[in-house]
Design a protein around this ligand. Structure first.
Ligand code: FEO
Length: 401
C-alpha cells in the first residue's frame, strides 16, 4: 500500500524508509533507521526527482504509481547517482516507457558504469544553470560537485521556491510520519544523527560545500528537500548557518570531549580524573567516550561538535592502540582540522602512544597540542598526577578564552 506525504499541493514525497538496515553504506550504524527521499512534481509534465535504495523498491513503486494516478511519468531527474538514490532507475524506465532521464555528463557516465547502459534514447543532458520547464514549475540546475560525489547537482524550482538539495542537508533517521522540520524537535531528537551524517558522509568535502553555499547565497529558498531526513521549511537560516560552520570545520561549541582507550582501566582512570578536575574548574557538559566501545562515526561527530578534545590511549605493539589509531586515521581522512587537543599516553615499558598521536595530529591542519602531554607508565603516580592537573588547568584556561 502506498505511503506518501504532500510537500505542497503539486509536490509529493514518494520516498521510503528503512529500519531494517543495520549499517548505512555497510559502515555506519543507523539505530534510528534512514529515509530515502524522492519527490514527484505533478504539472503539465510530471517529474520524479531521484529514486530510492533497492531495499525499498516495492514501496517506492507503489508510491509513484499512486501519486501519478494513471498519468505517465515524463521525467526522472537524477541529482545524485549513489545507489541509495538511483537503485530504481531501471524499474521506472521499464514501467514508464516515455520517461526521459535528466542528468549531466557525469551522471550519464555513472549510469553506464552501474547499469551498462546510459539510456541514450531517453537522455536529457543538462549543463549548469539549464532549466527544465514542467508547466507552472521550472527546475533550474545548480551543479554541486563533490557534495558528495562528482556528478551531484541540485534543482531549484522557482514557482514554489523549492530546493532539491541531494545529500546536502540530509541526516540519518527514519521520518516516522513527520516529514517537516516543524513537526519534530530537531535539536533533541535529530541533531546528533544529523552531525554524524554530515561529518562522516559529507565531512571531507568542506570546500565543495562552501562553494555550493555560495552559489545558493542569493537564492530565495522557502523549502529544502534533501535526499535523507526531514524537509526543511521553518528553520532554514539555522540550517544554512550550521552547514556553513560544519563545512568550515568550525566547532559548534566551545566544549571538550574526552576520548579514551583503555585495556585494563588505568588509562580510563586518568581520563576520569582529568574530567573530574575539569569539572572542578567549572568546565560544563564534558563528555567521555570509550573509543573501543563507541562507533568511530560517533567519535567523528564529537570532533565536529567540540572545540577541544582529550585523547588518551595505551601503547600497543610498539605503536598506538588500534582503536585510537583508526579514529585518528578517520579524522585525517575527513580533513578535520583546527582543534585544541590534550594528550595522555600510557605504556608499561616503552610508552610511545602520546608521540604517535602527536604525529598523527601533525599530519592534520592547524591542530594545537596543549602542554603538558601526560605519559603514564602503567598507572598514574604522583608525578604524572601533577602533570594531569597541569593539563586540566591548561584545558580549562583555553576553553575559557
Ligand atoms: Fe545518500 Fe551520497 O548518497
Amino acid at each position: 500500500m502506498y505511503c506518501t506525504r504532500k510537500v505542497t499541493d503539486s509536490v509529493t514525497w514518494v520516498g521510503a524508509e528503512d529500519r531494517r538496515l543495520a549499517l548505512f553504506e555497510n559502515l555506519f550504524p543507523i539505530p534510528r533507521g534512514v529515509s530515502y527521499n524522492s519527490y514527484l512534481i505533478l504539472d503539465e509534465k510530471t517529474a520524479v526527482l531521484d529514486t530510492v535504495d533497492a531495499a525499498v523498491t516495492r514501496q517506492y513503486l507503489e508510491n509513484v504509481a499512486h501519486t501519478l494516478d494513471g498519468r505517465s511519468l515524463d521525467y526522472l531527474v537524477v541529482n545524485h547517482m549513489e545507489p541509495d538514490h538511483c537503485a530504481c532507475i531501471e524499474q521506472l524506465a521499464a514501467r514508464y516507457p516515455a520517461m526521459k532521464v535528466v542528468g549531466n555528463a557525469k551522471t550519464f557516465a555513472l549510469i553506464r558504469q552501474f547499469y551498462g547502459d546510459d539510456f541514450a534514447a531517453r537522455r536529457v543532458e543538462v549543463k549548469e544553470n539549464d532549466t527544465l520547464c514542467l508547466g507552472k514549475h521550472t527546475l533550474h540546475f545548480v551543479f554541486a560537485p563533490m557534495v558528495h560525489w562528482p556528478e551531484v547537482m541540485m534543482a531549484y524550482e522557482d514557482s514554489e521556491k523549492l530546493l532539491f538539495s541531494a545529500d546536502a542537508f540530509g541526516t540519518f533517521g527514519a521520518l516516522n510520519g513527520n516529514l517537516f522540520d516543524d513537526e519534530i524537535t530537531f535539536d533533541a531528537a535529530w541533531m546528533d544523527d544529523a552531525r554524524r551524517y554530515y561529518g562522516n558522509i559529507v565531512g571531507k568535502y568542506g570546500a565543495p560545500v562552501q562553494a555550493a553555499l555560495k552559489k545558493l547565497a542569493g537564492v530565495d529558498v522557502k523549502t529544502i528537500c534533501p535526499l535523507h531526513g526531514p524537509v526543511w521549511r521553518s528553520n532554514i537560516p539555522w540550517l544554512l548557518e550550521t552547514y556553513d560552520k560544519w563545512s568550515r570545520y568550525e566547532p559548534e561549541e566551545r566544549a571538550v570531549a574526552v576520548l579514551y582507550a583503555s585495556m585494563y582501566g588505568n588509562t580510563e582512570n586518568a581520563a576520569n580524573i582529568l574530567a573530574a578536575r575539569l569539572g572542578e574548574k567549572g568546565v560544563k557538559n564534558i563528555r567521555l567516550h570509550d573509543v573501543s566501545g563507541t562507533h568511530v562515526s560517533e567519535l567523528i561527530g564529537e570532533v565536529f561538535r567540540c572545540s577541544h578534545l582529550v585523547l588518551a590511549a595505551p601503547t600497543y605493539n610498539n605503536g598506538l592502540y588500534p582503536a585510537m589509531a583508526n579514529f585518528l586515521h578517520d579524522m585525517q581522512a575527513l580533513a578535520l582540522n583546527s582543534r585544541t587537543v590534550g594528550l595522555i599516553g600510557n605504556g608499561s615499558w616503552a610508552p610511545v602512544s602520546a608521540k604517535k598521536m602527536e604525529e598523527m595530529l601533525a599530519a592534520m591542519k592547524n591542530m594545537t597540542v596543549l602542554q603538558p602531554v601526560v605519559t603514564l607508565k602503567s598507572a598514574l603516580d604522583a608525578d604524572n598526577l601533577a602533570r594531569l592537573d597541569a593539563l586540566a588547568e591548561a584545558l580549562a584556561a583555553d576553553l575559557a578564552r
